[in-house]
Design a protein. Sequence first.
Length: 434
Amino acid sequence: MFQKRHKNSTHSMKGSDMIKKLSVLLLSFITLVACAMSVSAASKDNKKTNVVSTEFYVQRFGVQMDEDGKVSSRETKYFTPALYTSNLENGKRSKAYSVVYKEGSVSSDDVVSEVTDKPDDAFILTIIKDLYSADGYILSSSGKVVDWDKFTTNNYEIRWYVLKYESHPSLPMWHIDGVIVEKVTQEPIEIPIPDDPGYIPPSEREPEDNPPDENPGETFEYTSNFAYIYGYNDNTMAADNNLLRSEVSAMVHRLVKQNNKLGGFVYNEVNEPAFSDIEGEWFRSGIEYMNYKGAFAQASNVYPYVAVTRGETFRIICLGLGFTDKTGLSYDDYAALLYNAGYIQGDENGNLNVWNLITRAEFCSIYNNIIGRKDAKLVTADGTEITAETYGFTDLDERKWYYETMLRATSAYDDNGYVDIELRNHRNVLDDYQ
């Protein structure tokens, strides 16, 4: 009896082992089929990759993108070596996946948004300077040689323009490519080295800091009876706000137009705009005029809503009002023209701070000096005192240094030097905007 039960038990155990083996084989088969299907699908449409590491490169020579954000194909020798290594947030991603900078829809921040650890601009600029300052030089967007001492985040930023997958056989890798962009113009620069085609030694190029030829003590006569700055639709003057490229261009253009000194410039709204981002804007004629005077780099966009530095403001004033026709001077040179003419002054240490952003109030102080309105009356011919309430401003504090400066800037005047409130409404005629 015992032996019989033992036989049956042994048979039962063997059957159980067989089932287990068959189950394992079946599971293995299913896994193999699944893997095969996965490999087949991956090889068919190249959908996924497990590569998560990404490297950062900066293109130092040649064209990078057109106005549609399409990236030009450039040889690797025109790029820096890998400047930084990080990872993407997701472990799996389509090899065909990429993010490309496109003005107005995809930003530089969007390109690097999925990177776990992002390098800051100061770090990248420092490495690039160490790599190329011995043999290379900075070539500005206007084609001038720039001193390496200015190669800081005060003047430049990195625009990351593409995240893409590079399928190198030895080491497949995600790449992020960028360019160095001037903060003032928002245009890319180049760093040529002797190996680049068409290389011209920096000694044979025009430097950025050519001294001005003009007599620095000369004064320039401009007068204006019109208001030249207006508040916003919410009844604020925003005197402490940063001045925008569109605003300074419009105000300089108004002054030139009032004084009949437009020269050969003719504005016609039916013509193609000089830049794609100014069509239909109230400031278009001002931007067009300053472009005619050579104040902006030639590009598809001018970025009219960018805040301007004091240096760029000095440049626009000097070129726009004809204080010089030289477009390649340094900000310090443009500042010297205005300083020696008595229109600007330094801070408590005598610094003109050309790389600092300028406020609307600071600009109006300069403008009032130029048109002789520094001490203009703030009263109408019938004796009515002009205050912030006269124009409905809710944010002008009479305790601020710029209170009267801003009231003079936004007032119009009759020929006897009294405020003319009705004349102030003649704005659209000046801006060529209806």
